[in-house]
Design a protein around this ligand. Sequence first.
Ligand SMILES: C[S@@+](CC[C@H](N)C(=O)[O-])C[C@H]1O[C@@H](n2cnc3c(N)ncnc32)[C@H](O)[C@@H]1O
Length: 422
Amino acid sequence: MTQPPKPMSARRMALRLIEQVLEHRNLLSEATQGPGWQAMTPQDRATAQRLALEVLRGLERADRLLKPHLRKAPPVFVQNVLRLAVVELCMGGAAHGVVNEAVTLVGSNPKTRHMKGLVNAVLRKLVDKAPEEWAILRVPRLPKWLRGPLVAAWGGEAVLAMEAAHFAGAPLDLTAKGDPQTLAEATGGTVLPTGSVRLKAGGQVSALPGYDAGDFWVQDAAAALPARLLSAQPGEAVLDMCAAPGGKTMQLAATEASVTALDASETRMGRVHQNLARTGLDATIVVGDGLEHAGSYDAILLDAPCSATGTIRRHPDLPYAREGDDIGALIALQSALLDHAIGLLKPNGRLVFCTCSLIPDEGECQIEEALSRHSGLKTIKPELSGIDPDWITEEGGLRLRPDYWSEQGGMDGFYMALLTRV
Ligand SMILES: C[S@@+](CC[C@H](N)C(=O)[O-])C[C@H]1O[C@@H](n2cnc3c(N)ncnc32)[C@H](O)[C@@H]1O
């Protein structure tokens, strides 16, 4: 009988993930699929993911530290081994272990074995000074395809603040099924002004008290606001039009509204099933195209597919894996879904349109244009506890940015607007 292949080590997997993102333009969520990933222990998977995230967040700094020591760019695998080692050294990794691991990794690949000496020499030069130099290098910048439009929209200073928030990463936010204060006490978190529970340390979510009982779900504080803005009432007919993986469906279902959760992706809908089962919440699940959905609803949540540029704190792979060439098609889909959703509203019904994007074309502009396309459509001023009045936009929406709440650990970038048709 042939033995199954030995699971990959966490560092080797981290290198594979980094290469998938930088060379093959896959998102980490796409790269962490397949038998190799599944064969690893949960602990090794978590380590590999953490290392890959740290390297992608600090890539610019790692490259700046390495540049003076490399006369020409080494092969991709060697370059990524060096990047990983530099990031580990600068995050406080023990020098001896980090350098040995890097040399072993390069030595175990027949194509790069001859570069063991180079890797050893470069890292030995960096061991002492790199952590100090790392700390004074500039905050890594976004790639041009995204930086340009963001500077045009928000100004250079705001973009620098966003980049600092991206580099800082994100805490773990939970939405409580019941009372947030009780959940905060059970998990050692704090209740944020908007009602989410924030935990400083990450760690294994499924090991937190109340996970199996379905007392909470992971959801960024900003992502929790669209469903709060819709304020579904018990017994109302509510449509969650782009529902998967279901964070907002669970919020809506917890209000005892009668919720229909719709999504075009059958695979992603599997996550909605699992989430509802764990939390003991109820919704009617429909797999289908929102543009073809028929019905009549008191309230609709349209969390439209978008560039996801508001989530870079958690997904530093995104600016490298994407180049913005799909944004035009996303904008067209968002406005088509918005027009269709407006047609599914009962008279005086409510609709929340939202996207986790920092690009105004996917937010403010969508609402401005919808208001001019549909007579009788108007925005309702967002009234939510914990939001700053300065975040309310001219057309009556709510703009959230990663650099807001910086002392409390930030929030994802989001845009949302509450609409009604009179
Ligand atoms: C931003 S995600 C939704 C996140 C979700 N609301 C949550 O809070 O967990 C956007 C979703 O839109 C879905 N989608 C894309 N095109 C769609 C369409 N034409 N009709 C319905 N769903 C669509 C995608 O499959 C994806 O799950």
